[in-house]
Design a protein around this ligand. Structure first.
Ligand code: C2E
Ligand code: MG
Ligand code: MG
Ligand code: MG
Length: 281
């Protein structure tokens, strides 16, 4: 009967929900263990000055080293967000970036800004701003060397609160970038009230360059009007780079230059060569 079928469907639905919840619980537990056992690692992707070709900054991107494999953040950050464990993971990321900034300063006398990604839920957490300030103090790093990347969607959740948090971060001197710009839905009228320093053009608008350039052009103009630094994400070809260069995009990031690499590889490729000349004096 229809009633029996309905009740079967309900049982099936309930069973599926229970399985989903179980998977989430298991993943949460293993993320917790991963944090405790030091299984997370940051890779670094350089950002280049498009005109001069010099490395001007980098972005820290988390990976999970699990049973000899490297797991992409795209497969565990969403679960970490759902379960709330993103808060301690995100804090670990910020602390790790602070340690790296300090190491580069002490070991190589080299100052290179590092950007960290901050998830929506992490940005909403009341301890984020005091945590960042405290970590910067503890590791004695200059705030302008730490940049926070936040997606526009996270900022638009509660604009008034976002403005006040960003204000606190910006007035301390931290950099603030809007990540994946153009993919969320931003209220353009609020954009000029946001105390941000940088806009990152999402990869999806860079991919289509130079053929489809309307959105990239518009974002570049907007950024210039608002006096923001502009970074183009996901540059993979010479043609994309040339278009960005002739349209006055200052900074670029993407596989054309380099994939994200381990900290050691980053130091060998981008830090040691720049300091070698100094140490020979
Ligand atoms: P995102 O912050 O927009 O980072 C850029 C992503 O694009 C990175 O992927 C990077 O490896 C990739 N990418 C860079 N250049 C190119 C390119 O030329 N072509 C292509 N196809 N891809 C490129 P990844 O490392 O897998 O990270 C994916 C996303 O995961 C990040 O997007 C960010 O939203 C999130 N994520 C990464 N690390 C963290 C973290 O520490 N905390 C949080 N909350 N999220 C993170
Ligand atoms: Mg990012
Ligand atoms: Mg991005
Ligand atoms: Mg992204």
């Amino acid at each position: 009967s229809a009633k029996a079928a309905g009740s079967n469907q309900w049982a099936f639905f309930k069973q599926q929900m229970t399985e989903r919840a179980a998977v989430r619980l298991r993943t949460e537990a293993s993320l917790h263990d991963a944090l405790k056992n030091g299984e997370f690692v940051l890779h670094y992707q350089p950002k280049f000055d498009i005109k001069t070709g010099k490395v001007v900054a980098c972005e820290a991107l988390i990976r999970w080293q699990k049973d000899g494999r490297l797991i992409s953040p795209m497969s565990f950050i969403p679960v970490a967000e759902e379960t709330g464990i993103i808060i301690p993971i995100g804090r670990w990321v910020i602390e790790e970036a602070c340690k790296t900034i300090r190491k580069w300063k002490k070991e190589y006398n080299f100052a290179l800004p590092i950007a960290v990604n901050v998830a929506s839920q992490q940005f909403a957490d009341a301890s984020l701003v005091p945590d960042i300030k405290q970590l910067a103090l503890r590791y004695q790093i200059s705030p302008d060397l730490l940049e926070i990347e936040i997606t526009e969607t996270s900022l638009m959740n509660d604009i008034e609160l976002a403005i006040s948090k960003l204000q606190q971060l910006k007035s301390t001197g931290f950099g603030i970038a809007v990540d994946d710009f153009g993919t969320g839905y931003s209220s353009l009228s609020y954009l000029r009230h946001l105390p941000i320093t940088t806009m990152k053009i999402d990869r999806c608008f860079v991919t289509d360059l130079p053929n489809e350039s309307a959105i990239a052009s518009t974002i570049l103009m907007l950024g210039q009007q608002l006096n923001l630094n502009i970074v183009a994400e996901g540059i993979e070809t010479r043609e994309q780079l040339d278009w960005l260069n002739s349209n006055n995009c200052q900074i670029g990031q993407g596989f054309y230059f380099s994939k994200p690499v381990t900290q050691k590889e980053f130091e060998d490729s981008y830090i040691k060569p720049q300091t070698a000349s100094i140490s020979h004096i």
